[in-house]
Ligand binder design. Structure first.
Ligand code: ATP
Length: 266
């Protein structure tokens, strides 16, 4: 049930991102966060896994090459939520969920089953009141939450989320990340891009820290989120502390010029 990313190379324009990079297997039950500065290559990696960006190397689930799967099979396996969700659609939220459930081929659930699944997802994310609202009439945060429900509509085993909480208020960030962590713990592979490292530390089992197209660190949050690595990658003077519940908190006291950090690495 593992996801293998082997010998991956990615290029965007003239920029090389990953170069022949092999990751340790991604396991069901694990919530992995992709972190790193703007432009580090997080969305590109997520898009490669989602098969929406060309790459070299192998991405395989249970030993099966994703790039060789039929569209229908891939749609059932993989739920992907891109970074910028916008919609001019006149469909309602509920209709949008039905469309997502049948994307890539008819869903095995009958109409009543699909309705029950859609209602359960809306309830799970506390947005049942939006069921009849047009997608084009949602706020940014509402659209993002509906986008998450759409990505999960087919109950995929592999879930890819690009900044799923970027538009959410404080309470919704907490609620949604808690639900995502639970969905992973229930036996799925979840990979999400997050910028908030305190939230990442709170919910993720594994953090892959990218920097300028390479993987700088990969492991449990406490191993990856160290002041030295944060200085090197983000050029910040960061404190990594624990709150009264032993959760990691990352706070920033200042920033360094890039040249100072390069000297620090030398
Ligand atoms: N369409 C494109 N053509 C050429 N280069 C691109 C394209 N899209 C992205 N890039 C470049 O690829 C690199 C990685 O971009 P990517 O979007 O993967 O970064 P990211 O880590 O997700 O950044 P952010 O946190 O800002 O979303 C950047 O240098 C970016 O400028």
């Amino acid at each position: 049930m593992t996801l293998m990313l082997s010998n991956l190379s990615l290029t965007r324009g003239r920029k090389t991102l990953l170069r022949d990079t092999t990751f340790s297997p991604l396991l069901p039950g694990e919530f992995t966060v992709l972190a790193g500065p703007n432009g580090a290559g997080k969305s590109s990696l997520l898009r490669a896994i989602a098969q929406t960006l060309p790459y070299r190397g192998m991405i395989a689930h249970e030993g099966r090459d994703l790039s060789r799967m039929r569209r229908r099979e891939r749609a059932a396996l993989l739920g992907y939520m891109p970074q910028n969700l916008q919609s001019q659609s006149d469909l309602s939220v509920l209709e949008g969920l039905f469309v997502a459930m049948n994307a890539g081929g008819r869903n095995a659930l009958d109409r009543a089953g699909q309705l029950a699944r859609a209602e359960a997802l809306l309830k799970r994310f506390d947005i049942s009141h939006l069921a009849g609202r047009r997608l084009s009439a949602l706020s940014g945060g509402q659209r993002q939450t509906v986008g998450l429900a759409q990505a999960l509509a087919r109950n995929p085993a592999l879930i890819l989320l690009d900044e799923p909480t970027a538009a959410l208020d404080l309470a919704m960030q907490f609620r949604i990340l808690g639900e995502i962590a639970q969905i992973a713990a229930d036996g799925r592979i979840v990979i999400a891009v997050l910028h908030d490292l305190t939230q990442a530390a709170r919910w993720a089992d594994r953090i892959i820290l990218m920097h300028d197209g390479i993987v700088r660190a990969d492991g449990p949050p406490a191993e990856v989120l160290t002041p030295g690595l944060l200085k090197e990658v983000y050029h910040v003077d960061a404190r990594v502390e624990r709150d009264s519940r032993n959760h990691l908190i990352i706070s920033v006291d200042g920033t360094f010029p890039v040249s100072a950090c390069q000297a620090h690495q030398a």
